[in-house]
Design a protein around this ligand. Structure first.
Ligand SMILES: Nc1ncnc2c1ncn2[C@@H]1O[C@H](COP(=O)(O)OP(=O)(O)OP(=O)(O)O)[C@@H](O)[C@H]1O
Length: 268
């Protein structure tokens, strides 16, 4: 007898939450910079906000599998990152990561750099050139693709960093302060790119620019002292503040109010 195979069994593996953390702890040096963090992140754009030292970069590094968790659970695309012995190679092929500070060979051109990263991500050899071209176009740096990295401005270098992060069409994309150094026009363009990327990918973007999050993210994650203290939509963020809260916009006032309430809750 022939059994009808449900479509779900034929579909590629999908995860309701490509990123799941429970009680996650991650060290930065000797300091527990992430300490008891819970997070569920679905496909979409998640804006990670929080004051200096909240643990955003340390969380990104754990998600990127650069730093092993010190405790708790972290699952990325179903891979149990917290477990010793987990083979992370397959997961790394499906990740894109723009670190806060990234190293590069200054004599490489943008294209060479992006192709090199495609090769490291094990993009099939015959697809590397096309994937790199698409990535530099999406990141808005195609016209400088054959320029050496060492001659680029800070903003252009950031774009090259974004191009290398998306060259493998990642399922989880981690962008640590991607708008640093971008001028206002570039930032507006970057918001469009974020919205576009978030349609099929779980994007986590850390930034201090509350306005970028309000404009381009589907979800806001507020971190403080190594934990997620609030998660909601940009509309909910904007509605959380009042006239007495610090900030130049509704989103900024919401940010101030939520952080204050979280700290009062901790202190109570
Ligand atoms: N190598 C290290 N050794 C000791 N402490 C560290 C180290 N790196 C980071 N820290 C501390 O860990 C905490 C979290 O740092 P992290 O860089 O993750 O925060 P962040 O939210 O990304 O901050 P920022 O917004 O300033 O980038 C900070 O208090 C920082 O001083």
């Amino acid at each position: 007898m022939i059994r009808a195979v449900p479509a779900a069994e034929l579909a590629p593996t999908t995860h309701a939450f490509p990123v799941r953390a429970r009680g996650l702890r991650v060290r930065a040096g000797r300091h527990l910079a992430v300490d008891g963090l819970d997070l569920d992140a679905a496909v979409g754009v998640h804006g990670l906000l929080g004051p200096n030292g909240a643990g955003k970069t340390t969380l990104m590094r754990a998600l990127a599998t650069v730093t092993r968790p010190a405790g708790g659970q972290l699952e990325v695309l179903g891979h149990r990152v917290h477990e010793r012995g987990t083979d992370l190679r397959e997961l790394r092929r499906a990740l894109g990561y723009l670190p806060q500070h990234f190293g590069f060979y200054p004599r490489f051109t943008v294209r060479e750099f992006v192709e090199y990263m495609a090769w490291l991500k094990e993009v099939p050899r015959r697809e590397v050139a096309g994937a790199a071209q698409r990535a530099v176009e999406r990141a808005g740096i195609a016209d400088r693709a054959d320029t050496r990295l060492k001659t680029l401005s800070g903003g252009m270098l950031r774009r090259a960093g974004i191009a290398q992060a998306i060259v493998n069409d990642p399922a989880v994309l981690l962008l640590d302060e991607p708008t640093v150094g971008l001028d206002p026009e570039q930032r507006l363009g970057f918001r469009d790119l974020l919205r576009d990327l978030g349609t099929g990918c779980c994007v986590l973007v850390s930034t201090h620019l509350v306005e970028d999050v309000a404009a381009a993210c589907t979800d806001v994650v507020l971190a403080d002292a190594g934990r997620v203290v609030w998660q909601g939509t940009p509309t909910e963020l904007a509605a959380a503040g009042g006239t007495g809260d610090a900030g130049d916009s509704a989103a900024e006032r919401g940010y101030s109010a939520l952080l204050r309430r979280a700290r009062q809750g901790v202190a109570a």
